[in-house]
Design a protein around this ligand. Structure first.
Ligand SMILES: Cc1cc2nc3c(=O)[nH]c(=O)nc-3n(C[C@H](O)[C@H](O)[C@H](O)COP(=O)(O)OP(=O)(O)OC[C@H]3O[C@@H](n4cnc5c(N)ncnc54)[C@H](O)[C@@H]3O)c2cc1C
Length: 240
């Protein structure tokens, strides 16, 4: 399930999901399918030939030539503002992938799974939760999803519904919580991570994804709490 060549793709749908994030469905003839957690590279070419490439996690998985991504706009960024504000159905781009064999969940693995997302880091983790549902897999899943505010959460409605599918979801708000929220507002610390995650004795497989500093802090907290570093898998999106 891997190709090293650029494939021609078209935007099939572009749906706003937050004020600064958009879900894009790409039609990619020849896409070989992908596993939950993998990513692809997108290449944009301007009329003058200038090219820019960026990586995006894939929210969909399995066979088929339709690939879903979700992009959070980075103000002053080069590529994300185009994907969030400008790209429209029918527009052409190129993709390469699927990429990454390490940050992948296999639906045959019965281990408890701990997902920890910061911002747009939800994308590959949602792919894993979706794959669990699609496979009817029984692996116990927990998700800790840290966002600035509820309105900033990509896939907020779908994540809310994961509870009904048996995923234990905990929200964390760094700037402002919804009215009546009983928890503390602010960046996650080791104590709050420990409260919302599996105990080390349960030997979970942990996937952490988001901005670099978020991923490093969460991974350090999990390892300091006694989790096996070999079972704490990380994907960094860049930035701080
Ligand atoms: C494996 C992988 C998967 C990724 N998946 C996703 C995804 O699913 N959705 C998504 O929205 N992004 C994802 N990213 C991030 C994405 O590749 C781009 O970095 C992001 O869209 C910004 O690109 P840009 O061209 O707009 O900004 P740039 O022009 O590259 O950068 C502008 C400024 O923003 C900073 N910056 C770059 N990226 C980030 C970031 N993620 N957070 C904060 N600051 C940043 C840069 O340091 C720079 O100062 C992923 C990155 C990797 C490596």
């Amino acid at each position: 399930m891997r190709t090293s060549d650029w494939l021609a793709a078209r935007v099939a749908a572009a749906i706003p999901d937050t004020a600064h994030g958009r879900v894009l469905t790409l039609s990619v003839p020849g896409w070989p399918g992908n596993a939950p957690g993998q990513h692809l590279d997108i290449r944009l070419t301007a009329p003058d030939g200038y090219q820019a490439e960026r990586s995006y996690s894939i929210a969909s998985s399995g066979p088929g030539e339709s690939v879903e991504i979700a992009v959070d706009e980075i103000p002053e960024g080069e590529v994300s503002p185009y994907l969030v504000r400008v790209a429209e159905p029918g527009d052409a781009l190129e993709v390469k992938g699927p990429l990454g064999a390490y940050f992948v969940w296999h639906d045959t693995d019965p281990s408890p799974v701990q997902l920890i997302a910061g911002g747009s880091g939800i994308v590959p983790l949602l792919a894993m939760a979706r794959a669990r549902t699609a496979a009817g897999a029984g692996a116990p899943f927990r998700l800790l999803y840290s966002v600035r505010t509820a309105a900033d959460a990509l896939y907020r409605d779908e994540v809310e519904r994961l509870g009904a599918a048996g995923v234990d979801v905990t929200w964390a708000y760094t700037r402002q919580a919804p009215t009546g929220w009983p928890g503390r507002v602010g960046r996650l610390d080791a104590e709050r991570i420990a409260q919302a995650t599996w105990m080390p004795a349960q030997h979970p497989l942990t996937f952490i994804c988001g901005p670099t500093s978020f991923v490093e802090a969460a991974a350090d907290a999990m390892v300091a709490a006694g989790h096996d570093p070999a079972r704490v898998k990380t994907e960094r999106f860049g930035g701080s």
